[in-house]
Design a protein around this ligand. Structure first.
Ligand code: ATP
Ligand code: MN
Length: 332
C-alpha cells in the first residue's frame, strides 16, 4: 500500500552560495566549527581511517562528497534518505538509519512518511537538499547513501523503474552486462530508454527514467514480467526467483526493488567495500567494451576515478532526472 500521510519540515533557504569544489579538508582542518555555504558545521575525527586497506580517512570521505556534490545533489534532493553508517570503518559494525538523527542541526530538512509494521506510525527521514546537509551526513560516517525510488512530495509515484542485477556465485559483472543488454533491447521494443550504473559492489543497476504518473504496482508488475521473460529465454543463466539456492551460476534479476519502501544506493554514493568504490553511471559503450574484453576491472571506479570522469563527462545519469517516459499500459 502506498503511504500517504506525510508532513514536511523544509528549512529556510540557505544563506550562502555553494562553491562545492572549494571545500578542502585535511586532517589538520580546524577543530572548531567550519562554515559551509553559510551554515556552521562541526566536523569530527577527520583523520580516522574508515577504509583501512587504503588508509582512506573520514576527512577524505567528506572531501569526496563535497567535490561530487554538484552532480550528486540533484539525485538526492527531495528523496527520503536511509543512512548506512560505518562509525568505525568498513571492517567494523555498520547500521542502516532511516530515522533522521534527532541531534541534527535545525536547518536539516526532514520528511515524515507513514510506515506500516514499524514501531512508529511514520519515519522521519533526512532530506539532503544542499551541500551543508550532505557534509553533515558524511560526517556521520554514512559512507553509503540509499534513497527511495520516489520523492517525498509523492511517495507513491516512483520516478524510475529499476532492475538490480546481482551475480550469483560463479558469476560476475561481465555476466550482468549480457543480461543488461537484453533488458535494453526489450525496453527499446517498448519505446523505453534505460541508463546503467555500477552498484559499486558486485553488480549492475539498470534505471528506466519515468518522471511521469505511475505507481509502484505498475513498475513492479512490469519489472517482474520482464525478468520472468528473460528467465524463460535463458533459465540456465538468469533467475527472477528470490530463492537464494537458485542463484548459483545465474544472474538474479531483483525486480522486487520496485517497491515504495525499498531503497537503492544513490548514483555517486560511496560503497563500504575494501576500496572507496562508487556506484557509477556508465555508458552502454563502456559496458560493451568491458564485455568484449571480459575485463570487469574497467568498471570498478573509485572516488578519484569518478571525480575525473565527472569533470570530463558531467552527469551522464541526468536523463534519470529529466527524461519523461510512459510505461506501456495494458491497452496500448
Ligand atoms: P551489489 O551489486 O553488490 O548487489 P547492491 O547495492 O545492488 O550491490 P543489494 O544487496 O543487491 O546491493 O541490494 C540492493 C539495494 O537494496 C541496496 O542498494 C540497498 O539500497 C537496499 N538494501 C539491501 N539490503 C538492505 C537492508 N538490509 N536494509 C535496507 N536496504 C537494503
Ligand atoms: Mn544488487
Amino acid at each position: 500500500m502506498p503511504r500517504s500521510s506525510k508532513t514536511r519540515t523544509r528549512k529556510s533557504a540557505r544563506p550562502g552560495g555553494e562553491k562545492n569544489s572549494e571545500l578542502k579538508l585535511r586532517p589538520e582542518a580546524p577543530k572548531g566549527p567550519i562554515e559551509v555555504a553559510g551554515r556552521q558545521l562541526k566536523l569530527s575525527n577527520l583523520d580516522k581511517v574508515l577504509y583501512p586497506r587504503e588508509g582512506f580517512t573520514k576527512g577524505q570521505v567528506i572531501e569526496y562528497y563535497a567535490r561530487i556534490a554538484d552532480v550528486l545533489l540533484p539525485h538526492l534532493r527531495g528523496r527520503p534518505l536511509t543512512l548506512k553508517r560505518y562509525p568505525d570503518g568498513v571492517d567494523a559494525e555498520f547500521f542502516y538509519e532511516k530515522m533522521c538523527p534527532s541531534h541534527r542541526p535545525e536547518w536539516v530538512s526532514t520528511t515524515k512518511i507513514a510506515s506500516t509494521g514499524g514501531k512508529r506510525p511514520f519515519v522521519q527521514y533526512c532530506l539532503v537538499e544542499d551541500l551543508p546537509t550532505l557534509i553533515w551526513v558524511a560526517n556521520l560516517a554514512s559512507l553509503e547513501l540509499h534513497t527511495l525510488l520516489s520523492r517525498e512530495d509523492d511517495v507513491s509515484c516512483p520516478t524510475t523503474m529499476v532492475f538490480d542485477l546481482d551475480p550469483g556465485p560463479g558469476m560476475n559483472l561481465i555476466d550482468c552486462i549480457a543480461v543488461a543488454r537484453r533488458f535494453r533491447e526489450m525496453l527499446h521494443s517498448l519505446g523505453l530508454e534505460s541508463c546503467p550504473k555500477t552498484s559499486g559492489g558486485k553488480g549492475l543497476h539498470l534505471y528506466v527514467p519515468l518522471n511521469t504518473r505511475v505507481t509502484f504496482d505498475e513498475t513492479k508488475h512490469l519489472a517482474r514480467a520482464m525478468a520472468q521473460m528473460l528467465e524463460k529465454e535463458d533459465p540456465q543463466r538468469i533467475t527472477s526467483k528470490m530463492r537464494k539456492d537458485h542463484r548459483h551460476g545465474r544472474i538474479f534479476v531483483d525486480w522486487s526493488q520496485n517497491d515504495d519502501h525499498k531503497t537503492t544506493v544513490c548514483a555517486y554514493s560511496l560503497r563500504a567495500r575494501e576500496r572507496p568504490t562508487v556506484s557509477t553511471p556508465v555508458t552502454w559503450d563502456e559496458l560493451e567494451t568491458a564485455y568484449r574484453r571480459k575485463d570487469s576491472d574497467r568498471l570498478v571506479f573509485t572516488c578519484d576515478d569518478v571525480l575525473k570522469r565527472v569533470e570530463k563527462l558531467g552527469d551522464i545519469f541526468e536523463p534519470v532526472l529529466k527524461l519523461k517516459q510512459k510505461l506501456p499500459r495494458p491497452e496500448d
